[in-house]
Each structure stands twice: as C-alpha cells, then as structure tokens.
Ligand binder design. Structure first.
Ligand SMILES: Nc1ncnc2c1ncn2[C@@H]1O[C@H](COP(=O)(O)OP(=O)(O)OP(=O)(O)O)[C@@H](O)[C@H]1O
Length: 305
C-alpha cells in the first residue's frame, strides 16, 4: 500500500464559511510533503480533520487504504503534532513522556529512552521543560509523536518561532526520521526556504483549494524562469494580461515593472499583445525566477504592489 493519506472531496464549513472546498489530498509512502499556504488557507483545518479532532462537513478520508470508519488500527500508525503539546513545565523530558505514555497506555517504558535518543534529548536528564529552548520543546513534541512508533508524522508548523539553529536541528531530525526510519512526513510551514531543503513534494493551498501539487523536480523546472518587463503603463498592461490569460500569474512592481511567472513560452505573443494595444514596452527579458517568488505567486495570486 503506497498511499498513506487520501482524502476524497473533503469539505469543511464553519457555519456558512467553507474553509475547505472539495479537496483531494494524498500523501504517498516515503514522501516529505510540504503543505504551503497563507494564514487562514485551511492547513490546520485539514490536519485536524485527519487527526480526528474535527469532523469534515462532507467527503471521505482513507488512511493506509482504509476508510476512516474502519481505520482505528491505521490511526495508531499516525503521529500528529498540530499544536505544541501541553507539557508540564516542572517535569523533565522523561517525566513528561512517562505521563503521556501512561495516559495513552500504548508502549513499554523503554520506548521513552529510544525516542529521546532519536530526537537528541537523551542527555538532558535533569533539565525541566520550562528551561528548554524552543527547539528542544519542539523536539520533545516530536518525541511524543514518536512514542507509538508511527509510520507517518503530520506536523503543523513545527519550526515556527525557532532560531536558525533550532530550525537546523528539526531539519536534521526530520530528514533522519524519513531516510533512516522510513517515516513519511507531512509538514506545514511559512518558512519556504526551509521547506525547499526538506520536502520532496509541495502542495499549495489557497482559500481551501489545492492550487498546485508538484514534486521537487517539477517545482524546480517550473519555477526556473519568469518574464520581466518594463512598460509605460503597468495598470493597462496588467488589464491586458488578465484579459488574455485567465490563469496568468504576475506581479506589478514599482517603476512600471511587471514580472510574469507563467506563460513564459508565450513571451513573443505577450510582447505583441502589449505593443498592439498601445503599451510601450521599454524592456522585455526572460530571467531566472527564485523559488520564493514562485511560491508567493501561487499562494497569493496576482499581486499588484
Ligand atoms: N473552529 C473554527 N470556527 C470557525 N472558523 C474557524 C475555526 N477554525 C478555523 N477557522 C477558520 O478557517 C479558516 C482556515 O483556518 P486554518 O487554521 O485551517 O488556516 P491555516 O492555513 O492553518 O492558517 P495558519 O497558517 O494561520 O495556521 C480561517 O479563516 C479560520 O478563521
């Protein structure tokens, strides 16, 4: 069974507010799948539904090929960190994990020492949770997810608020879990540069809709180039572009400059479109696009600065 998570036409409404539109989201075994979207795009809502913390309004979820109604055993193969767990501030890592181990009644005590070893906290025997750095706290959260020996981890913004060192520690840990322990990972974050270093697949969500779904290679290929043009009337140029290409992704920059992230292969037609409609094109070139701009183009849509 290669598909670990699959949703079919999953929707979620809060009163009249449809925050997930019919969503087919899937994760395959071995992937590190990044879920990328702006605040409020629906990432946590999707994760909470997968974790069983929220009910979907409509739609279906399968975990490891079993429908959610019959997937009690499959749920145990998942580890979720959706909010930072409520650890006891005065407890050490071992005491905190022991509390949750007993509460969940899942595993032998020796697993606590194994997971602390995995997340690099095995030597922090005496330190209380309140004296941990943010990175250590997040790693303890991941250790808690690992207690039940899951095959798949779902982590909602695990690197939020961490400094560079903390982020690197989490990256190393997640890569180790994926590559050495064969754990599939789903991760959301706003730190795009970090996701690029980590993820093998990129799913972009905007207003509850998946707007793109790319492998690492496809993302690199797709985001390689953009058109940069300078015109005498960027507002008119923007209107012409929108009218000619419904799905065009572009940004209007200061000084009458515009960058266009897709339709790069139609650069000649775009130039002619503008000129034929009375826009003076002062500069027109194709340049390399960095990945951040591609990410932002997708999750923000056309942006007029
Ligand atoms: N319990 C709730 N009741 C009503 N609206 C909610 C509830 N939970 C989330 N929402 C709304 O659903 C939308 C999606 O929220 P969600 O937390 O899933 O976004 P997100 O992509 O995780 O954002 P962020 O990056 O800020 O965490 C938002 O408009 C939010 O206000």
């Amino acid at each position: 069974m290669n598909t670990i998570i699959q949703t079919y036409q999953l929707t979620k409404k809060f009163k009249e507010d449809e925050v997930l539109k019919p969503l087919d989201f899937s994760v395959k075994k071995g992937e590190i799948c990044a879920l990328i979207g702006k605040n409020g795009a629906g990432k946590s809502t999707l994760f909470k539904i997968l974790a069983g913390q929220l009910f979907p309004t409509t739609g279906e979820i399968q975990l490891f090929g079993k429908s959610s109604k019959e997937s009690e055993n499959e749920k145990k193969r998942m580890g979720f960190m959706i909010e930072t767990p409520a650890f006891f501030p005065d407890f050490t890592a071992v005491q905190n994990l022991e509390y949750f181990r007993i509460q969940r009644g899942v595993v032998e005590k020796k697993r606590i020492y194994e997971v602390l070893e995995i997340v690099g906290l095995a030597n922090e025997k005496k330190k209380q949770f309140k004296d941990y750095s943010m990175g250590m706290k997040q790693r303890l959260g991941i250790a808690l997810c690992l207690l039940s020996n899951p095959d798949c981890l779902v982590l909602d913004e695990p690197i939020n608020g961490l400094d560079v060192e903390g982020i690197m520690e989490i990256r190393r840990l997640l890569l180790k879990l994926n590559q050495e322990k064969n754990i599939t990972i789903v991760i959301s974050s706003h730190i795009l540069t970090e996701l690029k270093l980590l993820a093998t697949r990129f799913v972009f969500i905007k207003d509850g809709v998946i707007v793109d779904d790319l492998s690492k290679e496809a993302l690199e290929e797709k985001s390689r180039k953009q058109i940069l043009l300078t015109v005498d009337d960027s507002v008119k140029a923007a209107q012409l572009l929108e009218r000619a290409y419904a799905d065009i992704q572009f940004k209007v920059l200061p000084n009458q400059a515009i960058t266009i992230q897709n339709h790069v292969e139609s650069s000649g037609k775009i130039n002619r479109l503008l000129v034929d409609n009375g826009v003076m094109v002062k500069e027109f070139r194709i340049e390399a696009l960095n990945l951040e701009e591609y990410f932002l183009g997708l999750v923000e849509g056309n942006k007029h600065d």
